[in-house]
Design a binder for this molecule. Sequence first.
Ligand code: FES
Ligand code: FES
Length: 160
Amino acid sequence: MPNYTFKLNGEKVTVDVEDSERLLWVLRDVLGVRGPKYGCGINVCKACTSHINGKAFNPCATPISALDEDDEVTTIEGLADTVPGDGLHPMQEAWLDADVAQCGYCQPGQIMAAVATVNKAHAEGRSVTDADIDEIRNICRCGTYVRIREAIKAGAGKIG
Ligand code: FES
Ligand code: FES
């Protein structure tokens, strides 16, 4: 099997897997990184949402062969290290303050989608809007959408 090297949560990792192996299974089963959740496996539920080079993507639909050596994959486990300081990421803090999670299954993906959405708006020189939040497609079977929206707005205010 071929070797693939990429950056994961700030560290270079190398895995020996088939070309067609999708990244979600590489993360969870080969590397033991379980924050990205398996919901549908077909790019619909968004439970696996992580970041590649700072943008949201769904590793269940990404073959390992699509990654380059310089690509940086960030999962919920590495999110706090993308900001200064020793604590949680401001969006994680906002999530706790708003007590968003119910069963929790979708929440790592929800937070990663939220951060990508807010960072995109900030990169465009503006605040995140309700229309931006409406475009987030992550499914929550527990129906925590109202608290998610509240937390995204609060977290956005704390992200510089
Ligand atoms: S598990 Fe990746 S989108 Fe559903
Ligand atoms: S908190 Fe249960 S699926 Fe979202």
